[in-house]
Design a protein around this ligand. Structure first.
Ligand code: ADP
Ligand code: MG
Length: 390
């Protein structure tokens, strides 16, 4: 291993630690009324170090390691992208090439989509109010339009200015005033987006002052793309772990289903249960993933916002997991259903749920499973209720 490779591996280990840190709640010391927008507060040494670490960790591919399992080469790699610690594992004769190609594709998609990278397609659209989009971005936009319509606006990618107001984009978290929320809410309306597919490439135009963010869709699109790459390289099996979002490719080498732990938001160290599936994306949106606690009130605010109020969605659910062979659909719906809550999600599933199943956890620890998962999910200590098609 050369020096550079070693350094990257070291950095990656730090990345995984940081990923775990990022998953917890931060604290914000001032409420919206008191903080002065734009005025940077003095940073502690710790914060400066953390920022430097994050810059260093941007877009890193670790060393690909290859072992053998069940008579097949097994390649794995750590990737840090989309502010997420990721891990890819593939089994097959061409596993090493496949995971390397997949890791590079993840970095390419990150550069294409990241709101924080000045030259990304999304950042250009947000800056200029319009811009061209590649076929990949267009596919995500179409999915966002479909789910926006079907969910009555619970998913709205024009939520970006509201994410920014709360400091979720900069990590300078704060609770905005009611007036700020009201003003910014006027910008949140995905139906004002114009997607023109008659041009080549297609172009997107925003309404005045609007901004978009594909954060609810991108990681599912990415895991589906990785699964496609594994298929192109003829792999037998694989596991794609994008920081809490899992997509399994095929079954285990032994032919058995993958056993996927569903996190218990009430117990950071534990899992609520185990799902046994093959060839499925298992994607979770949780109130615990990115959040901060306002020091003055002790109230915690998380990163999934209700586009009808501008505040974090509070429906009594602590997480929503969508299980589908379509990764992009699973990701998009995990966010939409979190906003819809138990009843809204159940209605959505009854109407459009031919291609997905759900695991909903409520704040009291009850787990709701759609009927297709009844025999695939086991839990030790949670109460389970089954949702039927009717
Ligand atoms: P994670 O980013 O943890 O995987 P999600 O898939 O639920 O979780 O996506 C949350 C992201 O989606 C947020 O960080 C934000 O960028 C965006 N977002 C938040 N609320 C909404 C919403 N109501 N509609 C569309 N996008 C949203
Ligand atoms: Mg999502």
């Amino acid at each position: 291993m050369n020096w550079f490779g070693r350094k990257k591996t070291m950095v990656l280990t730090l990345g995984l630690i940081l990923g775990l840190v990022l998953a917890g709640c931060s604290t914000a010391s001032s409420s919206g009324e008191e903080s002065v927008p734009g005025e940077a507060q003095e940073k502690t040494q710790e914060e400066t170090q953390e920022e430097a670490l994050k810059d260093m960790l941007d877009d890193v591919i670790g060393q690909v390691t290859v072992t053998e399992e069940g008579g097949l080469p097994c390649a794995s790699v750590d990737v840090y992208a989309m502010t997420t610690a990721m891990q890819l594992k593939g089994y097959g004769e061409r596993a090493k090439e496949a995971v390397q190609a997949a890791a590079e594709e993840i970095l390419r998609l990150d550069r294409l989509l990241s709101v924080g990278k000045a030259e990304s397609e999304i950042a250009v659209i947000n800056r200029d109010g319009r811009g061209p989009v590649s076929a990949d971005t267009l596919e995500m936009l179409r999915e966002a339009v479909r789910v926006h319509e079907r969910s009555g606006g619970a998913l709205d990618i024009s939520i970006y200015p509201m994410m920014d107001l709360w400091g979720f984009t900069s990590e300078n978290y704060r609770v905005p005033s009611e007036e700020e929320i009201r003003e910014t809410l006027a910008l949140v309306d995905q139906t004002r987006l114009v997607i023109d597919e008659s041009t080549d490439p297609a172009t997107v135009t925003l309404g005045e002052g609007q901004g978009i963010d594909l954060g609810a869709v991108a990681k599912g699109f990415t895991s589906a793309r990785v699964a496609q790459i594994f298929k192109d390289y003829g792999l037998t099996s694989g596991l794609i772990y994008l920081g809490g979002n899992v997509q399994c490719y095929g079954s285990k080498v032994s032919g058995a289903d993958w056993r996927i732990g569903i996190q218990d938001p009430g117990n950071a160290a534990g899992i609520a249960g185990i799902l046994e599936v093959s060839n499925m994306a298992v994607i979770t949106s949780g109130a615990y993933e990115r959040c901060f606690t306002d020091q003055e009130t002790g109230k915690t605010y998380h990163h999934i916002l209700d586009p009808s109020t501008g505040y974090p969605a509070e429906t009594g659910l602590s997480s929503v997991t969508i299980v589908s062979s379509d990764g992009m659909l699973a990701d998009t719906l995990s966010t939409a259903c979190f906003v819809l809550g138990l009843d809204g999600s159940t209605d959505y599933w009854r109407e459009y749920g031919d291609d997905f199943e759900m695991i909903l956890l409520d704040e009291d620890g009850t787990i709701y499973l759609t009927e297709g998962l009844e025999k695939k999910f086991t839990t030790q200590d949670h109460k389970v209720k089954i949702l039927y098609r009717k």
